[in-house]
Design a protein around this ligand. Sequence first.
Ligand SMILES: O=C(O)C(=O)C[C@]1(C(=O)O)C=C[C@@H](O)C=C1
Length: 138
Amino acid sequence: MVVLLEPTPSDFPGAPGRQGPGRLSFSGSCRSGAPSEPTRSPDMTATAAEKTGARTEDAADLITGARERIDALDDRIIGLVQERMAVSAVIQQTRIASGGRRVNLSREMDVLSHYRDALGRPGTALAMTLLELCRGRV
Ligand SMILES: O=C(O)C(=O)C[C@]1(C(=O)O)C=C[C@@H](O)C=C1
């Protein structure tokens, strides 16, 4: 089986507004065992299969759509981290202006526990990274 989706004029990596799986080139039988490696298109544009690591068109389409959702989630996560940094900065500035210290270790223990309880050991590492983003290195 050979499936070819010809590119649109803006169908190259990095093109503004580029959407969907783009140029797709699969070859090989659908019925016999594992499909063969996708072939590189003549203009050296990466195929959807090459970009996703998938071995079927259906899998490449699913992965491409799921990656768009992940990119959107990552944008939201980054926005929330930036919001957290701003709120944390207000707390720290207020404490320092009142004569206190930037860091409050007992509160940091609570934050670490919160993330560890929700996400396990990697949650602790994530919380430590968030704290470093919010108050710098100690
Ligand atoms: O909750 C506070 O007291 C903060 O200053 C915020 C925060 C945080 O980003 O979570 C930052 C620094 C402190 O060491 C503890 C926690």
